[in-house]
Design a protein around this ligand. Structure first.
Ligand code: GRF
Length: 223
């Protein structure tokens, strides 16, 4: 039987890139049937670009400051992604709001990871907000991107405890460790064509793994 082509990914990241690293590692270990065709950052100093270069991936810095509008910036990103025949756009700490133009160019093909249990604590500084609120659990969410901020249909979530003496970095680290597991898992489900979206509901076809409180698959901690 002919081998299925790998899912063509672009990872968009603005920061350190530990999620990118976990996706790179899963691809190279063979636990993710995907190919990272390019890594794009809007931030020339992004650690994610260094990680991508180290892994021998194609990198591109598209600095949003050099564009006069969000649409112009997004148009450049869209053209780049289309030229490379990207099938799934993976936002991994990409600190830009995605315009309608971008969403229409890749309908239901843009995913994001967020460090809280959505719909609780959308937006920024969410680990601090969860601690301040006195929440007893938090976690992370992989979701499709829609025209709201962290509002798209949820693919998978993982839960972590919040301990009374937690500092923000403790909680952030505990959440990140789960992000590194569920993001590759969600991408693999998409690569296998097992993600069915009906309105807000995302169904994983024939999944033996739960879509909450995921404790596998095994993967090393990414520093
Ligand atoms: C992660 O916490 C992710 O949930 C959020 O941005 C952070 C990116 O971290 N969207 P990294 O750059 O992948 O280390």
């Amino acid at each position: 039987m002919a081998k299925k082509n790998k899912l063509r990914l672009a990872v968009l990241a603005s920061g350190g890139g530990t999620n990118l690293q976990s996706i790179i590692d899963h691809c190279s270990q063979g636990s993710l049937d995907a190919e990272i065709c390019m890594v794009i950052s809007n931030n020339p100093g992004a650690g994610a670009l260094e990680r991508a270069t180290r892994a021998g991936l194609k990198t591109l810095c598209i600095n949003h400051r050099k564009f006069s509008s969000r649409e112009d910036f997004d148009q450049k990103v869209i053209m780049t992604l289309k030229d490379a025949e990207i099938e799934l756009v993976v936002l991994a700490g990409f600190m830009r709001i995605i315009s309608t133009l971008f969403l229409q160019a890749f309908p239901q093909k843009i995913i994001n990871i967020h460090p809280s249990l959505l719909p609780a604590f959308p937006g920024l500084h969410v680990q601090q907000k969860a601690l301040y609120y006195g929440a007893k659990v938090s976690g992370c969410t992989v979701h499709l991107v829609d025209d709201g901020v962290d509002t798209g249909p949820i693919i998978v979530q993982a839960v972590v405890p919040i301990h009374p003496d937690d500092a923000e970095e403790d909680l952030a680290g505990r959440i990140l460790a789960q992000e590194h597991k569920i993001y590759p898992q969600a991408i693999q489900w998409i690569a296998e064509g097992r993600v069915e979206i009906v309105g807000r509901q995302v169904k994983i076809i024939d999944s033996s793994l739960p879509t909450t409180a995921l404790s596998s698959p095994s993967c090393p901690d990414i520093k």
